[in-house]
Design a protein around this ligand. Sequence first.
Ligand SMILES: Cc1ncc(COP(=O)(O)O)c(C=O)c1O
Length: 461
Amino acid sequence: MRAHEAGALHGDIGHRGPAWLRPPADVNALVPQLWPRQVERGAGGALTVAGLDVRELAAGYGTPAYVLDEDDLRSRAREFRDAFPDVDVYYAGKAFLCRAVVRMIAEEGLHLDVCSGGELATALSAGMPAERIGFHGNNKSVAELTRALDAGVGRIILDSFAEIDRLTALARERGVRPGVLIRVTVGVEAHTHEFIATAHEDQKFGFSLAGGAAAAAAFRVIDEGVLDLRGLHSHIGSQIFDTSGFEVSARRVLALQAQIRDARGVELPELDLGGGFGIAYTTQDDPSTPAELAKRLRKIVDSECAAENLAVPHLSIEPGRAIVGPAVFTLYTVGTVKDVDRLRTYVSVDGGMSDNIRTALYDASYSATLADRASTAEPLLARVVGKHCESGDIVVKDEFLPADVRPGDLVAVPGTGAYCRSMASNYNHVPRPPVVAVRDGRARLIVRRETEEDLLALDVG
Ligand SMILES: Cc1ncc(COP(=O)(O)O)c(C=O)c1O
């Protein structure tokens, strides 16, 4: 058997945590930008959301559970809509979608992006007007495209030549002229504070700008005249805090727009800049407000359009995470607390990588707090882990929790609204948690907990 290569040092590094993580002056304090806006500590020190005590939520709905502060989500949706008044804001449903959220998004005046037949079915079944839906995906099936056309989806974002041909044939058969955008890969990859601008982008989405595929796609759609080409689309990444990547991408995509105008005499009326706006997962993240983003994006587009002598197109954006991410926290119950050779304390909770795969998948950082009480104990650096048969089953890599954290305690992990429930799995046949929406002191189940019966219902062998 091989010893761990890093030996004791490995544990020692873990014990101190990352350089930025400092023991808090008050281990019970909530860092406002990490939490839904209506979360606070109530009189007994337990968290409350919109006035409701999390102990009541745990008793009523069990744990783990995703808890949604409905007014938080609605207010973030409104802030985008108000900051971008003449821009269509498409909520990216892949971040998290269920019928109640579709209704919230629709009521707050947003549009909706879907990227599969399942998301489209959810949106339509919740009454989202089809003309406010955009349909993405690099491999939409004929059945999905047919359904989108029959429903009257507002726009389809084209991703391949095969898709142009399929959609053209379907539109001809039906005698319809669907609105389409061309997804352009612009050679910009942006994540957090860094972006990389390259000539080429080696990825499955969209049409390459550098290789000429994007221009060829636009020419094919214009020349065939069956689909209504409204504009170009680019999405450059996720968890972006700095708009310089958008500047490069807007410059490149608008240069293509000018090329299309010069070659075909058509000035495309719309431009979609995608999503990817960052949120706070730890104290290290300092996201911009929608108003700041709007100002910077508008300036970028105005100056790039002026440089190309183009009229400013009608803009759209596609935020997902920035709307739903901060509105949700996951509530867990602690099952074991294990001090491993005084190197690290592992706090095991009753969920894990099946309800939040992002830590394992992207090495994402999260925060956590003791949720059912305040504590006077010293801060203890802990790792919050799940119950799955996988040593990489980590929820929060490093966090200070009170040293008296114990089995039966509730722990809450904020920032889990985006890409947690939507990427949840049944690994180890663990049923997926419910989503509970809280508003004005009242809770309602919007996605119920999966049961063992649900799991067995699919197992027909
Ligand atoms: C095309 C497109 N638009 C929007 C988004 C939403 O990104 P975010 O949730 O980071 O805002 C994504 C995410 O993958 C995407 O691929």
